[in-house]
Design a protein. Structure first.
Length: 155
């Protein structure tokens, strides 16, 4: 796969997550940054009086390729879909940070998540809940009944 194909795939994936215009601007920014880096390196090489023979051109080309590959990896890591390990969260308990009425915020494993009650019932801040289902970035929880512990969240 050529670098043009890779760039097109990154651009296409970016347009799905952030909008076509923003994706094109981000891609152009990365490309211009690579071009500027190459120009700076070329000026430094010529400024030090290094002769541009076949070996130095080959080394320079490898360096350019490495810079472009690193820029591609950076863009790919920023534009990819977030990964959620559902098995890690299902069945875990948490605390309601913002009332669930119907949607609020819970804290599970030290992370804040958007959540709502599985049956659509309101749940108050400080109540303990258990994660029963996950759809996208939304947790569906149930209040832990019979639990007299009402936890006060700070900060």
């Amino acid at each position: 796969m050529s670098w043009v194909d890779k760039g097109y795939k990154v651009l296409k994936r970016a347009s799905n997550s952030m909008g076509r215009t923003e994706a094109i601007i981000a891609f152009i920014d990365e490309f211009l940054l690579a071009v500027i880096a190459i120009a700076v390196i070329a000026v430094i090489v010529v400024g030090f009086g290094i002769e541009l023979n076949l070996v130095s051109i080959a080394a320079f080309s490898v360096l350019i390729g490495l810079i472009l590959y690193i820029a591609y990896l950076a863009a790919k890591s920023q534009l990819g879909k977030p990964y959620i390990d559902k098995d890690r969260l299902l069945g875990k308990t948490g605390v309601v940070v913002e009332d669930l009425n119907p949607i609020g915020v819970v804290k599970v494993n030290g992370e804040l998540w958007s959540a709502q009650d599985l049956r659509g019932k309101p749940i108050s801040r400080g109540d303990r809940v258990i994660v029963r289902k996950i759809e996208g970035l939304m947790l569906y929880v149930e209040k832990i009944e019979g639990d007299d512990k009402h936890i006060q969240e700070h900060g």
